[in-house]
Design a protein around this ligand. Sequence first.
Ligand code: MN
Length: 255
Amino acid sequence: MFPTNGLIDFHCHLDLYPDHAAAVREADAAGVFTLAVTTTPKAWPRNHELARETRHVRAALGLHPQLVSSRSDEVGLWESLLPQTRYVGEVGLDAGPRFYKSLELQKAVFKQILKSCAKAGGKIITVHSVRATKAVLDQVEEYVARGSNRVVLHWFTGSKSEAVRAIELGCYFSINGSMLESERASTVVRSLPMERILTETDGPFTEAAGRPSKPTDVAGTVQSLAHVHSVPASTLVRTMKENLRRLLQETEPSS
Ligand code: MN
């Protein structure tokens, strides 16, 4: 199988696996750079504690849009933890049928989060945008498109023209295996410049080989994505490493 060392899983919920600590250790031992996203700021301290001992795992501070209806009061805790991390997520908007009711509240929370990032600078933000691509890009454009923050659109489902707009706003895209299963989505993914692409699993919410995905499964996504872009997998791996390095440089504190 494809070597996993040096691959990237830029959006994975390591704390939602049966054994969180083992999931962190496994990703680290495989040498997969894994961004451990969180759905509530209450989960961040433990994620950070486990990640800080590793070479390849980092924890992101999140407040998931699907939880905003019950947890919007945690945005204060989210803000108080922000100075401790350069990684933010999972945050964003979800206008799907189950969460549409809280969309206005989600927008208020997302705005507060992005404004805090804009004020702080130097954040890498992994963003959820289910049925809300335009609303997400509107807020990204208003609050964080300029300056030293960078947005990574996770599981992007927008159109080609929305992808063009996102690229113009400086966004990156993290691509998972499920995104490449539909012809329409693959066409949009093919239109993205390789210089803006990373891989993700969104584990454990996607499947690989009939079980919940884990970070090492990005190896399969790399092969599919290389095929979509008609390049050798090794070229894609090298390009994504450069992309991650650039993301980190672009968000480096200037002092
Ligand atoms: Mn997710």
